[in-house]
Design a protein around this ligand. Sequence first.
Ligand code: G3P
Ligand code: MG
Length: 250
Amino acid sequence: MLIERPYWPFPRIIAHRGAGLLAPENTLAAIRYAANLGFAGVEFDVKLTADDVPILFHDETLERTTDGSGPVAETRFDIISQFDAGSWFANEYANEPVPAFAAASALCKEAGLWANVEIKPCPGRERETGRLVARMAKLLWSGAPLPPLLSSFSEDALDAAMAEAPELPRALLCTAIPADWEETLDRLRCVALHAACDQLTAKAAAEIQATERGVLAFTVNDSVSALELIEMGVDALVTDQIDHITQNFV
Ligand code: G3P
Ligand code: MG
């Protein structure tokens, strides 16, 4: 029996940071990898450079995933874009750049991939990051059949995104589900809650879905947990194991 998911029109299995653990995270190469494996949706992290260019990047500093150093928030895009964001992962990805959000959007559209855009502000830049990412997402996906889903752990970022582009769907990210989740989702007009997979219970998922919202679990990295969560009724999974937990999983 086909279960209708009116509150989750998005793909159900989503590749984490582009291609999870199979390509350097948050790069165009990773997004291409997910597309080539047949994924329909990718998640990536977006924050601002010192000169306010939205880029795909997870950490607050450059060291772990590039050959540069220092805080992202204090480095201009023309500098960051020269760094190698691939060699730390594997030599075959040498000179893979840190992509601008606009380039990632163009690739997603070209490859037919839906995007879960995680707004991941550097500390103190929550509102401006939410505002600029939402403004750009609205322009970049104008006329797209399925809008990107903007998610964030930062309520301030989501609030600013709502003010800038109220029509773009939003989701609140959390590790433990907060006691006041319903009030927060109401206030930020979120269409979904994205919770750490080990924090979700069938009861919590059902309560959230009863408010006509989707439930996504992150980051689900083994097939047993994925099956349990699917049976629990969650709407979507974000996974690193994109070679095991594929689009055909559900
Ligand atoms: O969006 C789910 C997941 O990406 C949140 O954690 O740290 O991998 O961005 P993180
Ligand atoms: Mg993320």
